[in-house]
Write a protein that binds this ligand. Structure first.
Ligand SMILES: [Ca+2]
Length: 272
């Protein structure tokens, strides 16, 4: 559902609820013990107990002046309409907030929105985004999720590779700017790429949280402003700060890829 459609539906529903709950607009109050009658012209008529139907005994409800009951009904209608509108706005805000989130398990066999830099082959195999390297090492291989830019977010993904494993974020492939959360063996590091020059934000650091192939490792970064909190298999391994790159895309990088098969799955991004 798009945001515009959601908003239109909410406003329409609120107006509808307000309209149908107003006295005289489809809902007539009938006192207990009174029987509603219908005249030939479709107007409701009310017969009081003990009265014989006739000209003097019948009250034409449609022509009576607004009563306390009617005012109360109007207030109820306003309250219901207001409540529906409030709930609708809350749902709309949740939808708008969630619209930049990404939850991709590749189980449909597709890698929708992902674009690679041309090194090696990236294909979904049995519900896993699978990289197969070819040729020689040299240029890093990348796959970027191209459909959204993220500023403050949590990004996590599972990776399985006997060699290097890395997620990239706040990336701009055209200008060659991004951050890399990288691991090899028992060590992890964080790099910043700006233009074509690398900088260490965190030098190689050992962590017992890293698992060996053929185990999977889950990498997660929580990016907030200039702060990046890093997790491996849900263990917080470090925090780095850097102000160079404010927003960008998320993706994967593989550095030493000649003849390598690496697997990627369960990508989740929640945007703050
Ligand atoms: Ca999967």
């Amino acid at each position: 559902m798009t945001r515009k459609r959601a908003l239109s539906a909410i406003v329409a529903l609120s107006l509808f609820m307000f309209t149908v709950t107003q006295p005289g607009w489809g809902v007539e109050k009938v006192k207990t013990g009174e029987k509603p009658m219908t005249t030939g012209d479709g107007l409701s008529m009310v017969q009081s107990p003990g009265e014989v139907p006739g000209a003097g005994a019948v009250e034409r409800v449609a022509t009576t002046k607004p009563s306390a009951t009617k005012k109360k009904g109007l207030l109820t209608a306003l309250l219901i309409g207001g409540a529906v509108l409030t709930v609708g706005i809350a749902v709309y805000l949740i939808l708008a907030h969630a619209s930049k989130s990404l939850d991709e398990n590749f189980d449909d066999g597709q890698a929708d929105g992902w674009a690679t830099n041309g090194y090696g082959s990236w294909q979904v195999v049995s519900g896993v985004y699978t990289f197969t390297g070819s040729g020689s090492n040299g240029e890093n291989a990348y796959s970027w999720y191209n459909l959204a830019d993220y500023t403050d977010f949590t990004y996590e993904a599972r990776i399985r590779n006997g060699g290097d494993q890395a997620i990239v974020f706040r990336g701009n492939a055209a200008s060659q700017d991004w951050y890399v959360f990288y691991a090899w063996g028992t060590q992890w590091a964080v790099f910043r790429m700006t233009g074509s020059s690398w900088s260490y934000l965190q030098n190689y650091t050992a962590s017992p949280a890293l698992k060996y192939y053929p185990e999977w490792n889950t990498f997660k970064v929580m990016a907030s402003g200039t702060g990046f909190t890093l997790f491996i298999n849900n263990v917080q391994v470090g925090v780095v700060t850097d102000a160079a790159l404010a927003k960008g895309k998320i993706g994967f990088q593989i550095r030493n890829h000649a003849g390598v098969k690496a697997e990627y799955d369960d990508v989740r991004v929640t945007s703050n």
